[in-house]
Design a protein around this ligand. Sequence first.
Ligand code: SF4
Length: 497
Amino acid sequence: MAKLESEKDGCHAGSEKLKEAARSAGKSELLEQYKKDYPLGPHDKPQSMCPAFGSLRVGLRMRRVGTILSGSACCVYGLTFVSHFYGARRSVGYVPFSSETLVTGKLYEDIRDSVYKMADPSNYDAIVVTNLCVPTASGVPLRLLPKEINGVRIIGIDVPGFGVPTHAEAKDVLSGAILQYARTEIENGPVAAPDSGKSDRPTVTLLGEMFPADPVGIGELLAPLGLAVGPVVPCREWRELYAALDCGAVAAIHPFYTSAVREFQAAGREVFGSAPVGVDGTSEWLSSVGECFNVKADIVGKAKNQFIPSIKEALKKSKIKGRITISGYEGSELLVARLLIESGAKVEYVGTACQKTKWSDPDRIWLESKGIKVKFRASLEDDCAAVEYFKPDLAIGTTPVVQKAKELGFPSLYFTNLISARPLMGKAGAGSLATVVNAAISNKKRMKSMVSFFEGVGKEDTSGIWEKSPNIHPTFRAHNLKKIEKRKKAAKAAEMI
Ligand code: SF4
């Protein structure tokens, strides 16, 4: 039976060992649920940052919500570093552990003590405690924490890298957990009204983080149908969760929120996929809204006549010429591809680290009808191979894909920083990508000259200017690999004793 005994057993222990340990520590049910919610394949594991960053970020962005991490020091260092890099501007609580506190169960007591110390209702509405890989694999039972201390809600979640494949899906783990908590509160009695007041029209809750102007644009599209835009989930404060659950229907703008969708469905809310991007996307989306809310066809038709011509006009004014590959892990890759295609671009490849769901079907079907193959759970190797194969005028992707494109001398744009930081929906979204995309494509010549400029400076472990030829010692690497293999075999043999 695999058992974890120290914090060195993190990523390096291998996901099979961690899974086995988690099962024998009583987390089988959790792993089964994650397997259903976030199935792997066609690839085993997409390569993005530590998944727990997704849930950490969702918690940190909520007002009056405290965050405690329980995990190996190196994981917590990395996660807090990235969260501050992205402007968290508040502290992250950390409960460290040692081999002894892990094995004796004292770690759980330490976590409980910290939660009690932190649960001050004048500071917090809720505290989120997250088990990272090693505490999850060791079975630290966060479900035993009190549900509430001094009126502060306590939410314990497990976000192991061996159960939650991407940081996008980790956002869903926390969103689902807090929606479930809020739903139970609603079922048990009256809850606080949202700060912004209650809309007199039925609302559509938006699922998925988006550029701040997008919900405003969506609100304009909904108004002629007699509807209003509701909160965006992940929410920014606790009360918004009640308003989100109190909607008429949910638009799964990002299609990977399986556990959040489960909560909305348990609250009796209908969920529909895709988003109002471009001409076809907006038209289809308005039809879906109309169906959900039983809005008369002529009213939906009038709304389309009101918005579609101006979206068409905006797209016409902001043409994009060029061949583009797209890859990312945010869940909006298919929407961006649709918009680029309607702007005139030739999209050669769409890869997303997220899984295929019912909610991504409308966009997948539309893209496939244009002859574009969408790769779900795309690996870094898939994304890089697409760049090498298609030799695009522009590669939109994650950091390593952009790096690859730069090495090859193709223009590239970071998905997260440059594409997600723009509106995509309705009229505002229609022309928003053209400026940045066209500017990048026009850099093609410069990128090529950069390759020749840096020619001969070496690469990877030989990069830089060397006075003599770099001393590579390939035998050292082979020797080290052998040593690692030997250590692994010895550990395996020790397990069997
Ligand atoms: S918590 Fe993240 S960084 Fe730490 S072992 Fe798990 S996947 Fe790796």
